[in-house]
Design a protein around this ligand. Structure first.
Ligand code: PRP
Ligand code: URA
Length: 211
């Protein structure tokens, strides 16, 4: 598998929390909280290249030169529904980020993605755009969501998920070689229903308590 675009966040805290997510005994309430916490930890790592600028600050002791973020404009764009579960974790660290929404659902028979909503922040072409979705399975939803963002001018796009299937990594890397992929784990494979094995089941249903 071509892993050149993939960063796997294997920090022990992330791995521990993902293991609890996987358990069939984890409630929706716990699941939502864990998704937020894991996203916050991943966001912390994924943004380590944000540019800084030197500014002058006066401490109670003296004036000093110190670093602050150099005004990069950020947008987080969840793929509905499950990607919504990752937004608050992101906004906890970057409260000034704008939020876009892309609605996609997978046809249960063909597993093909269908778009039903797209609303992006203005100046998308000048923003670092982080697309969130807990699951990268066949890659169809992520590929189409990123194409929509590019059609509307987005240029600097990263994709953040919790669990990726090797098939999804391959497909997304081929379709959008410029997009870095961040995940907490690359799992074994897809099953005959295109669910990730071992995965964590249907992320949207587990976050929102639907079935
Ligand atoms: C799930 C998941 C991804 C997609 C992944 O969404 O949240 O968006 O499937 O599959 P893919 O990589 O094969 O496209 P789903 O369509 O079940 O919608 P939901 O989030 O509303 O539950
Ligand atoms: N969507 C999910 O929510 N889970 C999977 O395993 C695959 C697609």
């Amino acid at each position: 598998m071509d892993m050149k675009n993939v960063t796997v966040f294997d920090h022990p805290l992330i791995q521990h929390k993902v293991s609890i997510l996987r358990s069939v005994d984890t409630s929706s309430n716990q699941f939502r909280t864990l998704v937020e916490e894991i996203t916050m930890l991943m966001c912390f790592e994924a943004l380590r290249d944000l540019p800084l600028e030197e500014v002058e600050v006066e401490t109670p002791i003296c004036k000093t030169k110190t670093n602050m973020l150099a005004g990069v404009k950020l947008a987080v764009v969840p793929i509905l529904r499950a990607g919504l579960g990752m937004v608050n974790g992101f906004l906890t660290l970057v409260p000034s980020a704008r939020v876009g929404h892309i609605g996609m659902y997978r046809d249960p028979k063909t597993h093909e993605p269908h778009e039903y909503y797209c609303k992006l922040p203005n100046n998308i072409e000048n923003r670092l755009v982080i697309v969130t979705d807990p699951m990268l399975a066949t890659g169809g939803s992520a590929i189409d969501a990123i194409s929509l963002i590019k059609e509307r001018g987005g240029k600097n796009i990263k994709f953040m998920c919790l669990i990726a299937a090797p098939e999804g990594v391959e497909a997304l890397t081929k379709a959008h070689p410029d997009v870095e992929i961040y995940c907490a784990h690359v799992d074994e494979k897809l099953n005959e229903n295109c669910y990730i094995v071992p995965g964590l089941g249907d992320a949207g249903d587990r976050i929102f308590g639907t079935k």
